[in-house]
Design a protein around this ligand. Structure first.
Ligand SMILES: Cc1cc2nc3c(=O)[nH]c(=O)nc-3n(C[C@H](O)[C@H](O)[C@H](O)COP(=O)(O)OP(=O)(O)OC[C@H]3O[C@@H](n4cnc5c(N)ncnc54)[C@H](O)[C@@H]3O)c2cc1C
Length: 377
């Protein structure tokens, strides 16, 4: 009997896991990947869409293109998870598994920030980025606020990138002097594990007259007065509010009883949950690393190696290392890089590489290698 691996979510984590299983076990395993969407979009592509560099259609990678031995993809919505029984109910039926991997990511909770849906915009979803792409060209001047409404949030450098790219956008249109850009986030610095990266970003903000307000969360928006209210009681007036909504695990995961403090706790070395044969990877977990694709991918590789060892016998993998490199758009057509290490030392560290054109090409390659590996194109 083939072992049945059920992977919930075909994002960064789910796609890497399915690919590793196919490479390692081929038809020896029956891997089923379930996702409600018809396509994958890289997180960073949302910045391309937001600034009109690429269309939403152009950045979609359809799941229908995936053809891998031992793997089938189902377009279904997960409506219930029973981790005890390793059984999953979708809008199309019930799936039983020998091994279950939850990789459902994090959802956005617009309602958690009163006024955000009515008075602001977000750029973290494809639809939100598309809407901002329509708004920006019509914006002729005023106060633009990039505001983070809660932590943890995906890709901590992304709002810094958005602020810097806004500067480029307005400069290219010749209206930078008519615009004030400010950026507020709950973290104490733009990239806390890497003081060097944070210093470089702070320098870039200062050069471009982007006002940065760290350590405070956007609590609500008053759409009437066009004011963002901060958790510390302060207010920031805005004409255009571009928010990062509060994140939360998908409702179906919370309802499964697998979460503690909002996300799924896992063993930081093996990514196993407290339920036998059930693993979780990526943004849906708390494992001591940020919510970013590179970390979801690294975790997925460890789970894949464990499952391959369980099917074939032999040694399991070493512990998950919590390493990841993030590319950061600094504006002016340049990209920097931070190599972060979250788990090996007493505290997280991050080495910084200055923005260069070479890193622009490297980031491009980061996307294209995954596209080829996961989608075969
Ligand atoms: C603007 C922006 C820029 C970013 N830049 C980077 C970057 O440069 N580098 C980087 O590493 N990361 C970046 N990220 C973060 C990255 O996109 C995420 O951290 C990553 O996608 C997480 O992977 P995951 O597998 O945990 O979840 P996801 O990739 O979010 O996948 C979860 C999947 O589960 C599916 N799903 C959810 N609920 C259900 C359900 N009920 N039924 C069926 N399917 C469901 C979803 O459709 C989705 O496909 C960025 C994010 C944003 C928003």
């Amino acid at each position: 009997m083939k072992r049945r691996v059920l992977i919930l979510g075909a994002g960064f984590g789910g796609l890497e896991l399915a690919t590793c299983l196919s490479e390692g076990l081929g038809d020896e395993v029956e891997a089923t990947v379930i996702d409600k969407s018809d396509s994958f979009v890289f997180g960073f592509s949302k910045l391309d869409v937001m600034f009109g560099r690429r269309s939403a259609e152009a950045v979609r990678l359809p799941y229908g293109e995936i053809a891998k031995p031992g793997v089938r993809l189902l377009r279904e919505t997960v409506v219930a998870i029973d981790p005890q029984a390793r059984s999953v109910t979708t809008d199309a039926g019930v799936h039983e598994a020998d091994y279950l991997v939850v990789a459902l990511g994090a959802d956005y909770d617009m309602n958690a920030t009163p006024g955000l849906a009515e008075g602001g915009d977000e750029f973290y979803s494809v639809a939100g980025a598309e809407r901002v792409a329509e708004l920006l060209p019509e914006f002729s001047g005023g106060r633009v606020v990039v505001g983070v409404c809660g932590a943890p949030f995906k890709c901590p450098p992304a709002p810094s990138e958005a602020a810097l790219l806004l500067h480029d956008h307005f400069s290219a249109r010749g209206i930078r002097d008519e615009c004030e850009i400010s950026f507020t986030m709950p973290l104490p610095s733009p990239v806390p594990p890497s003081p060097e990266t944070s210093a470089a970003l702070l320098g870039a903000f200062a050069e471009r007259e982007i006002a940065f307000r760290p350590g405070v969360r956007i609590a609500s928006l008053d759409p009437e007065r066009k004011v963002a209210r901060l958790e510390d009681g302060g207010e920031i007036p805005y004409d255009l509010f571009l928010g990062v909504p509060k994140h939360r695990a998908p409702d179906v995961v919370i309802a499964s009883g697998m979460t503690t403090d909002g996300y799924v706790p896992v063993d930081s070395e093996t990514l196993e949950t407290g339920f036998p044969g059930v693993y979780a990877v990526g943004d849906v977990t708390t494992v001591g690393v940020p919510k970013a694709g590179v970390f979801a991918e690294g975790a997925a590789r460890v789970v894949a190696a464990s499952l391959i060892a369980r099917v074939r016998g032999g040694e399991g993998p070493g512990a998950y290392d919590g390493l990841g490199s993030c590319y950061i758009e600094f504006g002016s057509g340049l990209v920097g890089r931070v190599d972060v290490d979250f788990l090996s030392g007493p505290k997280p560290t991050g080495a910084f590489q200055e923005p260069t054109l070479a890193l622009v090409a490297e980031k491009e390659q980061f996307g294209s290698t995954r596209r080829a590996r996961w989608f075969g194109r």
